[in-house]
Design a protein around this ligand. Sequence first.
Ligand SMILES: Nc1ncnc2c1ncn2[C@@H]1O[C@H](COP(=O)(O)OP(=O)(O)OP(=O)(O)O)[C@@H](O)[C@H]1O
Ligand SMILES: [Mg+2]
Length: 451
Amino acid sequence: MNKISTKLAAAFFIVVFIMELFLMTYLHQNMIHTRVNEEFSRLLSNGTNHRDVLVENYSNTTIEHIVMMEENVDREVMITNNRGEIINRSSDSVLEEFHTLIMNLENTEDSIVVSDWRNSPYIVSAHPYHVNDGTSGYVVMFQSTASINQMVKSENMHFVISGVTGIIVLFIVYAVLSKILTRPLLRMKEATEKISKGDFNVSLPYLGKDELGDLSSSIQKLAKDLAHLKNERNEFLASISHELSTPLTYLIGYSKVAMRKGLTEEERAHYLEIIAEESERMRELVKNLLDLARMDETTFTVSKEHFFARSFFENVCKLVIPSYEIKNIKLNLICDEDLQVYADPVRLEQIILNLLDNALKYSNQHSEVSLKAQKSKNKTIISVIDNGIGIPLDEIEFIFEKLYRVEKSRSRLFGGSGIGLAVVKELVEAHSGTIEVKSKLGEGSEFRITI
Ligand SMILES: Nc1ncnc2c1ncn2[C@@H]1O[C@H](COP(=O)(O)OP(=O)(O)OP(=O)(O)O)[C@@H](O)[C@H]1O
Ligand SMILES: [Mg+2]
């Protein structure tokens, strides 16, 4: 009972079988009841006709006529007088069995007096008659039950045939159903087993738009995503090792140089300074990587609060102003006094610092950078706009990827590691916000956050 098809078939079989049994029994009973009632009515109406003719024209000739009429059919008739004696009858064969019944008839209306068609050889109806001269008695009709039993037998036969046909059809339906249902399920099972073994190269056929189709395309998508993730992880690890090995090479090189004998105090200090700077850069890189790793964990949460944006942004600007001044870049803050934001202030500061750092890094001397905040419905739009070197159109979609930098030559020039925007994106998404970029090579960029 492990196969889903067996379970389905068993359930399907039991339900349909019970339904079929119930319906067939109901139909069978109903049909037989109707047919037997028809026989009863026919017998009653024949008896009533004979009785009416007898009452209208009571004579021996009439009685003989009535008896004659029933002689060659599977019915018998008897006519009795008021003492229960038989005046005439169509056959002697029924007399033995029903003698006492005929002697003791008491019904005043036409009725069936023996209705047990299953056990009795005849069903019997009795029709009382009263003639004007005081003569009375019964017209008693007998209908052989052999024909009824024959009819029931043939009905039963029909029902058995249709029942067996029903079961055969049920089997065929089960076979087709289990094929349609289980084949794709088995293929999906194989596909998931393949995925769990690390082989993401699975191909499942298109199964339409029902639940099975959805499941199949979800598995296909899962395999694709996992393959992408695996690829991304490998690339990420390769980038990290490369990223870390560059400053390490410097560190090793400069420390060896600094250890050389015969260096002046100044030269040694210069090399040590380079070592300190490179170590600092490495520390920064490792810190950013750790931040990013922590953000990938599902436990990462932000604690949002309402606060005034203007004073918050002024404080952030204060942190970057010295480096902006060195490069002679003007930083404008455009934000209403009463504007309120709903965000995690620590995380938002991290976001803005990263964007301002980029704007500074990728702008030429004597240009301008604007930090703008405004309300839109119940959201806040924060933009960092620069007129720096811009990003090539075909690279925009990649800049949020971890360790991605536009042109490797740029990073040598500006010293970035390609983590900043990945961190920004994770932080914005943790706020359930969005980030968009508009940029034109050589004209400038705008990073717009909606939270
Ligand atoms: N304002 C901008 N103008 C032009 N290019 C930009 C701007 N902001 C980002 N970029 C490009 O996008 C790339 C990714 O930016 P990101 O902030 O992630 O990395 P980074 O600045 O190189 O290094 P990090 O921020 O980790 O020190 C950068 O290398 C840069 O080429
Ligand atoms: Mg950056």
